[in-house]
Design a protein around this ligand. Sequence first.
Ligand code: SF4
Length: 314
Amino acid sequence: MLQYLVILLDDTSVAYCHAENPLKERYLISLNTLKKAILFGMKENLMIQYVYPEYDLPKEYSELIESIDHIKIGHDIKVYNDVTLSSTAGTAILRTTVADFISKQYDIAAMLSQVTRLIICLKDAELFQDEQIEQYKKALSTLSAMVLNLRKSDYQSEVNILTDRLTLKEMHNCGAGDSNITLAPNGKFYLCPAFYYDEKMGISNRLNHHKPSSERSVGDLETGLQIPNPQLLKLDHAPLCRICDAYHCNRCIWLNQKLTWDNNTPSHQQCVLAHLERNAARTLQQQLRAVGLNAGEEIKEIDYLDPFDVREKF
Ligand code: SF4
């Protein structure tokens, strides 16, 4: 069920997930389009998430923006593209590369004491290689040790790739095109911002079997949402994900279509990363329990990192 409407206020709005925003020229959403988008959100009872550019918006936008409950990505939720030790935000997003996550693990761990929730997003997950598994495990254990210490001193530190799995009892993924939809400054809907960027960059839509095109929109504010085969974005149509218990995994459909040519079929990279995180959460859970702290329902031991490798067991 649709719950969130992400509104890109400008073409240069900050990237906040896996995909970079390659658009450099400002294209501010018109007041009229913004008004219609807010109305759509109200009618559909959606929580609005505005994504801000780095420049200040004209004054006349403020009143409209504040006319409905919302979250401001890029403002309330700060987005960092490099490790910073001066963050004072409640929730912050850190977009980093796999290599930087490994090499800057101690600095990233230090960030945990400065925020209540850190959301780590790997910008180049597709480049992850099995040879990096041990290094990634080590970096996760560095973060885990920090979480343990902070929780022992009663600071309820959260980091998505470790602590989310402790509390989740079922899949809680990104939900692009399913629980959330993105509206771009052009007044059209996209499954997520990355699909809009691909369209603007003229990247061929390999999933469009009718004609070569970079078209990615799934409706607009005039005609409404038109997602072709929406069931194909859902968990119950994802044979691997529906048997998986890496409940915190993003299940990034943009990464899926980029790497497997199918929105609902995950790549080896995404699965291995999510399972390394799941297993690190299991170790953290045991350590928290050992010192008498609450750590959620038991995470079972498993002997695989990619459900594809053991699909015949399910
Ligand atoms: S780890 Fe792989 S199978 Fe599991 S939810 Fe993530 S993408 Fe799907």
